[in-house]
Ligand binder design. Structure first.
Ligand SMILES: N[C@@H](CCC(=O)N[C@@H](CS)C(=O)NCC(=O)O)C(=O)O
Length: 210
């Protein structure tokens, strides 16, 4: 059995979409970030950095359950565990790693930093946020070009690279109009029932009997 400690943020949604796609049964524990549940002693025992998502796999082959943090590491673990949503050939896998990294590091952190600065009010912070917004557009042009030539992010097959990217991109819908290939890809992925279910987690604490 798998336990997922999560909240409605893009890092958490990556993992819930993945669990829905691969069809493993899991229980959801909703962590209220606004009230600081992630900094309470019980949660810190699981992840001393005090952040979601956390996955606990009770079915691994070791004696102790595996406790794993970092959304990208969790996606890679689940893909390796099930052999799903990751290609077999090494060069094709390398392209998946490349696009996961682009999204988790370049796009994800730029969007997060721009959002953080936009909440502040000093002129210097606003100026920095504007610089980051123009960087987001530069990344999106590159992303759009990739999707002009490929159905999915890392080539012809849907993979964990798409799952890494989608929840972040969805937070930026207002920026998508200029990017037709990106818009096509978002619409296509949003049709997937597993994506719809994964995006809705954690509406409540439940067991997902996949
Ligand atoms: N790189 C980590 C980021 C984890 C992270 O920053 N989680 C945020 C929510 S998206 C969090 O729990 N923030 C609460 C806090 O920092 O107090 C991942 O990919 O999982």
């Amino acid at each position: 059995m798998i336990d997922l400690y999560t909240a409605s943020t893009f890092n958490g949604q990556r993992v819930s979409i993945m669990l829905e796609e691969i069809g493993l049964a899991y229980s959801v524990y909703k962590i209220n970030l606004a009230t600081g549940e992630q900094k309470q002693a019980d949660f810190l025992k699981l992840n001393s950095s005090g952040r979601i998502p956390v996955l606990v796999d009770h079915d691994n082959k070791e004696a102790e359950p595996l406790v794993l943090t970092q959304s990208v590491a969790i996606l890679l673990y689940l893909a390796e565990k099930t052999g799903k949503l990751i290609p077999e050939s090494l060069p094709a896998r390398a392209k998946v790693y490349e696009w996961m990294n682009f999204h988790a590091v370049d796009i994800g952190s730029t969007i997060f930093n721009a959002f953080y600065l936009q909440q502040r009010c000093s002129p210097k912070q606003i100026e920095a946020a504007e610089k980051l917004t123009s960087k987001i557009h530069e990344h999106y042009r590159y992303f759009d070009e990739q999707l002009a030539n490929n159905e999915y992010l890392a080539g012809g097959n849907y993979s964990i690279a798409d799952i890494t990217a989608l929840p972040v991109v969805i937070t930026q819908q207002q920026k998508l109009n200029e990017y037709p290939n990106l818009t096509r890809w978002v619409q296509q992925l949003k049709q997937r029932p597993a994506v719809q279910r994964g995006m809705a987690v954690p509406a409540k604490e439940v067991s997902h009997e996949n």
